[in-house]
Design a protein around this ligand. Structure first.
Ligand code: SF4
Length: 306
């Protein structure tokens, strides 16, 4: 076998492994959060970026083998950014044979009018897009709206909210909209961005950049992204560990009085005292035995400083 043939085979093996991993992660997220049920009509939001292409691709694959029947409808919103290549998504979706809609709405002009020059426009732009998509989901009778956010997006959002908003909140894999009229699912919640990027390259998705509007990426999000990438490089798997943490919340070890009733704490010395006094958790830093068995959790020696 020639070197080129060998390389080709190796690349196929790598791709198959990656594809399996992504499908497994999506399948697990769907099961864990009961994202898809019998008879669901899922509106898959496509932005033209790598994440949403990968999401549609994987969902279409799962649709063929899933034990439940569900429909997929791809939806893209043409926000009228200058230079938006209108034909790219319809051509791609025709080829796939998936039902789709393109919503045309000039949110670009609204954003340009409202936001002063030089300021980041992404937050208003996304809000306008979200409002339109939610309304459209109702119009077409979609029971769920699938968005392409992945694990790295979720962890970035956690830090954005902590650092700039003073709140401990991220982006849930499944969400009921405030008005209860839509359910949002994020099937890529367990997938790493690096895997999705490699997958998108292999699959040669016709990517449409999201900065045609000329907006800079949100600087705060960029800073958080760099911080996490740096951490992940120094300590591989740290983002996975942080994600595991948001799935294992201990309200009694935090300080939110709405989540835990600190006021009514009462002594109860009727039971047996704990056999062995364990001071190592005075600072709430002990890692439980059950956590150590979870490969997603890195075991670090965290010692209280005094
Ligand atoms: S980069 Fe432009 S199109 Fe994309 S979300 Fe931001 S403002 Fe909207």
């Amino acid at each position: 076998m020639s070197t080129a043939q060998n390389d080709g085979r190796q690349a196929r093996v790598e791709f198959n492994k990656l594809q399996k991993r992504l499908r497994r992660n999506v399948g697990n997220a769907i099961i864990d959060f009961n994202m898809i049920e019998e008879g669901d009509k899922i509106m898959v939001c496509l932005s033209g970026g790598k994440d949403s292409y990968a999401m549609l691709d994987i969902l279409m694959n799962l649709q063929r083998t899933a034990p439940v029947n569900f429909e997929l409808i791809a939806v893209n919103m043409d926000q009228k950014q200058p230079g938006f290549p209108e034909e790219v998504l319809p051509n791609y979706l025709e080829q796939l044979g998936v039902p789709y809609h393109i919503i045309e709405k000039d949110t670009y002009s609204v954003v340009k009018e409202v936001i002063p020059e030089g300021k980041t426009t992404c937050s208003l732009c996304s809000r306008l897009r979200r409002g339109t998509l939610y309304g459209f989901a109702e119009e077409i009778g979609a029971t769920k709206i699938a968005l392409g956010h992945h694990k790295d997006d979720i962890v970035e959002t956690l830090f954005l909210n902590m650092f700039y908003g003073g709140r401990l909140k991220a982006m849930p894999p499944k969400l009921l909209a405030d008005d209860k009229r839509n359910i949002i699912i994020r099937p890529l919640a367990y997938c790493r961005e690096s895997d999705i990027a490699t997958y998108a390259e292999y699959r040669e998705f016709p990517i449409i950049p999201c900065n045609l509007c000329g907006s800079q990426e949100n600087l705060q999000r960029q800073a958080i992204k760099h911080m996490l990438q740096d951490w992940d490089q120094k300590q591989p798997g740290r983002t996975d560990t942080i994600f595991a943490a948001i799935q294992r919340v201990s309200p009694s070890q935090l300080a939110d009085r709405d989540l835990f009733d600190f006021v009514s704490l009462e002594l109860d010395r009727t039971g047996e005292p704990r056999a062995e006094r364990d001071d190592s958790d005075l600072f709430g830093t002990r890692i439980e035995e059950s956590d150590k068995k979870d490969p997603g959790v890195q075991i670090m020696e965290i010692m209280p400083s005094s």
